[in-house]
Design a protein around this ligand. Structure first.
Ligand code: FAD
Length: 427
């Protein structure tokens, strides 16, 4: 695969930290965190602030996973609306979960403000754009539920959504002003910087190969031959989960999300394409999401094929979506194409596991992990520090591999093709 396809438009902060490549063997820490994305780094930051000694081990480079590659849309909430969460989790846990879901965008923007993170951002809202009457009804229902809870949200009619997005083809939509956009690579690198300043140690190119429990301590062995001991281990490997913890990779369906970025838009076009700087996800079965970047490009993403891409033609579906929404952008160059992996769970909720005492894992953020993992990392750190499971918004659940997991992948590819066809009919 050409290296350029794993290289997003996002920028590292001007002063980016250098991380360790070598590990001192034989040390003992309170917590080893496997994976240096938003989940791992947020956990590390808050655990270090709670007084724990923390070592993050990242197989590649910080920001190389989904956290540095994503669309940078910071969206509060889960896939489910408040009433569904209360119905399914009961009043007490359900209400707590709704409050948690409502707070996930704050977790990002508060951190950027309080820590003065060098992260380009705009907090002008996110639009869930409806292209069918059914989607519009769902948007109205969502709007009613969140407005009843005092959220700063608004239902948009056809004229309003056309004015805010400048895009063609929507009947209306839902604006959630709690949301916004960030540069996700800067954010991930800045999270690493503040975690380090809080006392966490971060090492790159340290793939964890083996975990063993010996007399109540976890022995963590890396591909480089280093060994550490830890009272607790948190697997924050998400869509990039490998065979480290048996069965974990089989609990998720990893999907590829592909993105394109145009050249910076000329001023006359920039004034009509998302003039207010909101982010958008549409209501199609195979959804398309887009936003403008700080340097004025339109960045658009959507599900891609599971095989690794080999040529720009693999992004043709994104380019078609771009021109369907914004015919005025015909002739504007696509300057960058990249992709990353998203972890889906069958129930569309994140899963938290603790198969043995002190061995924790978090997977599945259904493409909404920027806010979610920032907020969840803080809760995970509280759990590490206190041992109180009520700190966790989701219940700890057993690791349940998806039956016929290997075939599921084939099924997903077929379903995506089928959904894409249905979406095309509804245009
Ligand atoms: C293209 C794309 C667009 C997206 N757009 C959005 C969006 O706009 N908004 C949003 O909220 N979410 C979005 N997402 C989802 C979001 O990026 C993820 O939910 C989030 O970044 C997950 O963070 P994480 O820390 O859990 O995982 P990651 O950032 O993927 O980090 C996991 C890390 O674990 C490391 N690892 C794996 N195995 C090992 C091992 N054995 N040893 C050591 N390290 C290991 C990997 O190298 C990786 O760096 C998008 C995702 C993609 C791919």
């Amino acid at each position: 695969m050409p290296a350029a396809f794993s290289d997003p438009i996002w920028q590292k902060p001007k002063i980016a930290l250098a991380f360790e490549r070598e590990l001192m063997a034989g040390g003992t820490v309170d917590a080893v965190i496997v994976g240096g994305g938003i989940m791992g780094l947020s956990t590390a930051l808050h655990a270090a602030r709670a007084g724990l000694s923390v070592q993050v081990l990242e197989a590649g480079m910080i920001g190389q996973g989904a956290s540095g590659l994503n669309g940078g849309q910071v969206i509060p909430g889960l896939k489910y609306d408040p009433e569904w969460l209360i119905e399914h989790f009961g009043r007490e846990r359900g209400e707590a979960l709704v409050d948690f879901a409502a707070s996930t965008a704050d977790a990002v923007f508060d951190l950027i403000r309080d820590e003065k993170l060098a992260v380009p951002f705009a907090r002008n809202g996110w639009i869930q754009a409806a292209h069918t009457e059914t989607a519009l009804t769902a948007a109205a229902n969502r709007d009613r539920q969140w407005r009843a809870r005092g959220a700063d949200v608004k239902l948009l009619d056809q004229a309003e959504i056309a004015a805010i997005t400048g895009a063609k083809g929507y009947l209306g939509g839902w604006l959630d002003r709690r949301a916004g956009v960030i540069d996700p690579l800067s954010y991930t690198m800045e999270l690493a910087r503040v975690a380090t300043a809080a006392g966490a140690k971060i090492a790159e190119r340290q793939k964890v190969l083996k975990l063993n429990n010996e007399a109540g301590l976890w022995r963590v062995a890396t591909a480089g031959g280093a060994e550490l001991r830890a009272k607790a281990v948190v697997l924050a490997t998400n869509a990039y989960t490998d065979g480290l913890l048996p069965g974990l990779a089989q609990t998720i369906v990893p999907l590829h999300s592909f993105q394109i970025a145009t050249a910076p838009l000329p001023a006359d076009l920039a004034a009509t394409v998302l003039p207010g700087g909101q982010a958008v996800s549409d209501s199609r079965r195979i959804l398309v999401y887009y936003r403008k970047s700080a340097d004025g490009r339109l960045v658009l993403g959507g599900r891609g094929r599971m095989a690794l891409p080999s040529s720009p033609a693999d992004w043709a579906h994104c380019e078609r979506a771009l021109l369907r929404l914004y015919p005025v952008l015909a002739g504007i160059a696509i300057e960058k194409r990249w992709f990353g992996r998203v972890a889906m769970t069958p129930d569309h909720l994140p899963h938290l596991h603790e198969p043995e005492k002190g061995l924790l894992a978090v997977v599945g953020c259904q493409g909404r992990g920027v806010g979610l993992m920032s907020a969840l990392g803080k809760r995970m750190a509280s759990y590490l520090a206190t041992g109180d499971a009520t700190e966790l918004p989701f219940p700890l659940s057993p690791i349940r591999p998806i039956p016929f997991h290997a075939f599921r992948q084939v099924g997903v590819a077929a379903t995506i093709a089928w959904y894409r066809m249905l979406d095309a009919f509804e245009r």
